[in-house]
Design a protein around this ligand. Structure first.
Ligand code: NAP
Length: 296
């Protein structure tokens, strides 16, 4: 039929995996409630960036659906850094709050690092605190960042043995690219990082058994970048001029070559939020978190 894409790649649905995981979490949360522990998440939103608000609303909605108590703290864009720090310090002391999330980006007069460092590592359910990042690097237990954790769960859901697989990560941000490579390394994969200064990108990506794309440019990765049968994880979220969402991967083309592919929307996004819920639940349980193996 004209215009219809006949998929060759199998879809890895983040929406469906996230929904299964959230159902399981609901039972855990019910059990905790019987012990009079209600997992609590504080979300701080600074300013009125529409994208940030959309992400925060989605997180709050997900909390409500799974039975996590959430509180949103909205502050104006001109809030002083010390005021924000004092709010976080207050929440660090609050017993009903197990997780604290500050929606990024922050206005330029506020140091994001300073803010992240103020969150108690035990409540850092985003997994951005340098202590948690450091623990991840040396294989100690701590909170893992949500998007990388969601990505590894997506791949593992297909029962793919990661040992010796060549994982190529495009993007080296602190929240996606760098940590996701570390998680695959821990699973005995061989990891190559690429970024905007990488030479001959196409020749590197064509060697990937698993390609993780976290660039932030719509449809920049087409079929020429893909080895036949590769697993392609598209992290990018880009708003197109018609208002629709697109990943960094040209889904139409790449799904003809890849073995597995994640869609946008409905791929990595729902898993990111689900891992936030999962981290909040673990924080409430007061349990030490055992890196990705906790979720095997
Ligand atoms: P970022 O901090 O802007 O990093 C982008 C990375 O891509 C950088 O390392 C950059 O290289 C690299 N890059 C840019 N142009 C490139 C090119 N032409 N070729 C190769 N590499 C290139 O972005 P991010 O925070 O990691 O996010 C990436 C994307 O994922 C965005 O679309 C974001 O919205 C999305 N995202 C989605 C989720 C989710 O849950 N679905 C979560 C987080 C992020 P340099 O370092 O050399 O500049």
């Amino acid at each position: 039929m004209r215009g219809e894409i006949i998929l060759k790649a199998k879809i890895i649905s983040g929406k469906s995996l996230a929904s299964d995981l959230r159902e399981k979490m609901k039972n855990d949360i019910e059990e905790l409630r019987k012990k009079e522990i209600i997992p609590g998440l504080a979300v701080i939103l600074v300013g009125d960036d529409p994208a940030s608000r959309t992400y925060v609303n989605a997180k709050i909605r997900a909390c409500k659906e799974t039975g996590i108590h959430s509180v949103i703290y909205e502050r104006p864009a001109d809030i002083r850094e010390d005021e924000l720090i004092s709010l976080i310090n207050q929440l660090n002391q609050e017993d009903t709050i197990h997780g604290i999330l500050v929606q990024l980006p922050l206005p330029s007069h506020i140091s994001e690092l300073k803010i992240i460092e103020t969150i108690s590592p035990e409540k850092d359910v985003d997994g951005f605190h340098p202590i948690n990042i450091g623990k991840m690097m040396i294989g100690q237990t701590g909170f893992l960042p949500c998007t990388p954790l969601g990505i590894i769960q997506l791949v593992k859901s297909k029962n793919i043995d990661l040992t010796g697989k060549h994982v190529v990560v495009i993007g080296r941000s602190n929240i996606v690219g760098k940590p996701v490579g570390q998680l695959f390394l821990k699973e005995n994969a061989t990891v190559t990082y690429c970024h905007s200064k990488t030479k001959d990108l196409i020749n590197i990506t064509r060697q990937a058994d698993i390609l993780i794309v976290a660039i932030g440019k719509a449809k920049i990765i087409n079929k020429d970048y893909i080895k036949k049968g590769a697993i392609v994880i598209d992290v990018g979220v880009n708003r197109l001029s018609d208002g629709s969402l697109s990943g960094d991967v040209d889904f139409e083309q790449v799904s003809q070559i890849a073995g597995y592919i994640t869609p946008v929307p409905g791929g990595v996004g729902p898993m990111t939020i689900t891992m936030l819920l999962s981290n909040t639940l673990l924080a409430a349980k007061g349990k030490k978190i055992g890196c990705s193996r906790e979720f095997d």
